[in-house]
Ligand binder design. Sequence first.
Ligand code: SF4
Length: 524
Amino acid sequence: MATPKGAIGNGPVVRVAIGGDHDAGPELLRAARDATEDVRVVAVGPTGADSLAPLVLATQNGTTAFVPQCTVANVTTIVETLENGSLPDTAATVEHDPGATSMPTPPAAIDTTAVLGVGSRRVLGGCGWRAPASVADYRVSRDDELLAERAIDDPDAVHERVADAALRGRGRGDGSTDAPISGVWTTATETDGKPVVVVNANEADDHARADRLLLESAPLAVLDAALATAHAVDATDVLVYTNDAEALARERAQEAADALAADRDPDIPIQVVAGPDAYTAGEMTMALEAMEGNDRLEARRRPPGPDQYGLYGRPTVIHTPRTFAQVGQALADNDLGGVPGDPGTRLFTVAGDVDAPATIELPTDATLADVRGAVALDGGLKTACVGGRFGGLTRDLDVPASAAGLRGARLGTNGVIELFDESTCTVALAGQRAKLAREENCGRCVPCREGSKQLVELLRDVYDGEYQDGMLRELARTMRETSTCEFGQEASRPVTTAMESFEPEFRAHADGRCPSGSCDHVSS
Ligand code: SF4
């Protein structure tokens, strides 16, 4: 039986989640299809919760049974049970509107699927529920009208809505990280030349999975919002930029682009391209360099920013999939929720010393502490690194999930929360991040290139008995204030925040002791 284009409806349907870091999904899909000719079997994207994979959902008459860690034998039984008019007997069964267009959330009290009940699932609503490249599915979720179609009729209304909502950019590769995005839209529109819209999904940090999740699981929501943006800024084309290794994200983005083109006149073409699997390649100006075909990637000086001088010199609106997902939410729903200065939700991937990483969605008026319900952490929480590779180290997760809240707590906003248990040495952790900065910077500017070397050397001095806190702080300040791009501006943050929250550990190391007992060349 062929895969139906629209998975929504009242009939029995089995959804098999394919994507993420698990490769058993295709085998389950084949087994499910081989076992039935009467029940619809649909490939959906991942939910973001690794602990549930491979996940299969069985739906009938407004009730869905969740079967996490499904096996081939299980999926065959599920299909046969559904054929016989029953649902499989599982720990998590949820009743919902029979025409639900977003994944019904299992109660948080159900242990096996509790992760899906953490936070909200607004931009993640289609993940694991809708067929990723089915425009029919997606249209049902938008009351049959694409955002791009509305934008053709009234492009100014799109811009006004985004400006009124004061929507801020999400992610380190965004053209408006943590800042209202309407400003760059205005500049791109008012600058000479034909604007282009770029979806920057190149994120080589393994822990930062939200953009990949959106492209693998809900690419139409991202591309429809990108097309609406293109109409709002009068752009002539849209480019989706991923890293080379993320083949499924690229494949699903291409399928979604093709499906949109087949559904309606391709008045604004969407092109999907790949760049290097390098952390720096996600920086927005290095992303533009990569798309232009330059082998040696260096960040561009600003001003002018990409909104004035971007891809091939054209005015360029560049956002991450996370930002476009919020744009789509703002255009579809007047009630974004969250805090007024940073409305909507933010996606966080919880990783580190946990049973399995999970990408969850928190309203910006929630606190990061809510993520603890999404993962199991062996031992007690000692340290969290919030904000990605160059995030801030903290003991305290009672921090608002908004950009202002995160920045106020000197944490990063790149949607990653790594949780570490008591065996983690914060001095060593800060040192690992400093070495990353030394090894991966593009080499263009002195403060970052030379500063990251000095940062590593000053940390090595701590192990040799000399903790020069004043010099470390002054070096960090110089890197933060004078580096060309956010890589160098943020590279010292793990060190400075570790010094603020865990200073006794630095002094202990200088005295020859590692309090966590994990640094083998100083004694515990
Ligand atoms: S801050 Fe670092 S990554 Fe950015 S331009 Fe300077 S050397 Fe390159």
